[in-house]
Ligand binder design. Structure first.
Ligand code: URA
Length: 442
């Protein structure tokens, strides 16, 4: 009989576990036969000793088998998904799904809620009045079939072992381990049933992986696991030292999405979306990546992607008047200007600090029971590389929680470093990783 004590001991000694041991552990943990303290000890042993790709892959598949898998065969054609490892101001999913679906490619997009300092696509979607994201599988499939895309929370119980393990990792400081993150994300993605997956692995101060080397290792592990399980895979490694775009917070981010879909909006957000969308089209059609880049740009510039966005949101019950007239979105009662304390270039801004400050203003949850204020968040006026004068407005806080402003402001300002010398802006996209290549773009 396989004993959990022996599994922990073996991992503590840095030895590789067998697939049989990993299966027994996940099965016992899912059934509640292995207690949280042993599973937490296992996570900590992995944190210090790591896992091989074979072990990570076995852990992924064991977690897939712990719950439901979604059968998307009711939707014709190749189905492509995108997953980001989590960032601040990351609202790309709305833009990508609209661009890619406008080309006739199916995008069944299952997303999550905000986690820690990072925002969640589902929370952002619900900032549009009327939008329904809790859908039964048949309605989800019908909307994808009719419009080309749909954005929903997980249907069924996908990878429940991951859900339980993630909750333990969250409170035992064992989230930021490459094998555990790779198995966690890929178990949910494999269970979700898409044929192709484009990963956006974030790197930098606002990401789980702070260094490029760790982000590359994470991307390579996830691409290998997906490919070994019959999925077409590609991953970009993209910057999360600087928040994406200028808006952080749910309704504020949706307004920025609409700007980009209407041909305006921040260049970093637009360029990131175009590159991710091109990779999705490439996986779905095998067209050369350069031609895909041209196709997705045309869809954005022609307005076809915006029209598709309106169609998808309408199919999900959203009030599309808000998409045509963003002044309809309710605004927070308090707008508080954050003033630059010094003159100089912004050398660095800690995206995690910006995300946490936005959560404190009401845009995110600090406990699972908190209710999100869709109007709350931060609109940045300057970002890394910009020159500011002391007294300039650095950002505007939007909130209805007057008592949160002072501590959010302190945290936010601590996130900035100023310099008198011209500061470098981090690259937007560092690398593209596929099964047989790593193209370093930085
Ligand atoms: N997102 C996940 O789903 N899992 C992780 O472990 C980290 C980020």
């Amino acid at each position: 009989m396989i004993r959990m004590y022996d599994i922990i001991q073996k991992k503590k000694e840095g030895k590789a576990l067998t697939t049989e041991e990993i299966n027994a552990m996940i099965d016992g943990f899912t059934k509640g036969e292995i207690p949280n303290e042993q599973m937490s000890a296992f996570a900590m042993a992995v944190y210090f000793k790591g896992m091989t790709l074979e072990e990570t892959s076995a852990l992924t598949i064991a977690m897939v088998h712990s719950g439901d898998t979604i059968d998307l065969s009711g939707i014709d054609g190749f189905k492509v998904d995108k997953h980001s490892t989590g960032g601040v101001g990351d609202k790309t999913s709305f833009i990508l799904m609209s661009i890619v679906a406008s080309l006739g490619i199916k995008v069944p997009k299952m997303s999550g809620r905000g986690l820690g300092h990072t925002g969640g696509t589902l929370d952002k979607a619900e900032a549009i009045p009327g939008v329904r994201i809790e859908l039964e599988l048949d309605e989800f499939q019908r909307i994808v079939t009719d419009t080309g895309a749909c954005l929903a929370g997980q249907t069924g119980e996908l990878a429940p072992a991951d859900k339980k393990l993630y909750a333990l990792r969250d409170v035992t400081a064992t989230v930021d381990n490459i094998s555990l993150i790779a198995a966690s994300i890929m178990s949910k993605k494999i269970a979700s049933g898409a044929d192709g997956i484009v990963l956006d692995v974030k790197t930098g101060s606002g990401a789980f992986m702070k260094s490029f080397e760790d982000s590359l290792a994470l991307a390579q592990a996830m691409v290998a696991i997906g490919q070994a399980n019959g999925r077409k895979m590609a991953s970009l490694i993209t910057d999360m030292n600087v928040p994406t775009g200028y808006s952080i917070g749910n309704a504020l981010e949706i307004i920025e999405v609409i700007e980009v879909l209407n041909g305006a909006g921040p260049t970093d957000l637009r360029d990131l979306c175009l590159e991710l969308a091109a990779n999705m089209v490439h996986l779905a059609t095998d067209t050369a990546i350069e031609a895909c880049r041209e196709q997705v740009q045309t869809q954005l510039e022609s307005g076809a992607a915006f029209e598709k966005f309106v169609e998808i949101i309408a199919a999900q019950g959203g009030d599309v008047r808000y998409l045509h007239d963003v002044s309809l979105f309710a605004e927070a009662g308090i707008k508080h200007e954050i003033i630059a304390p010094t003159t100089g270039y912004i050398a660095h801004m800690n995206a995690e600090g910006c995300g946490l400050a936005s959560c404190m203003l009401g845009a995110g949850r600090q406990t699972m029971d908190d209710v999100i204020d869709y109007r709350a968040g931060i609109v940045l006026k300057s970002k890394t590389g910009d020159f500011v004068h002391a007294g300039d407005v650095l950002a505007i806080f939007h909130t209805n929680k007057a008592d949160s402003i002072a501590s959010a402001e302190e945290l936010f300002l601590k996130s900035f470093e100023f310099t008198t010398l011209k500061a470098d802006v981090p690259p937007l996209i560092y690398a593209r990783v596929t099964t047989d290549s790593v193209d370093i773009l930085k």
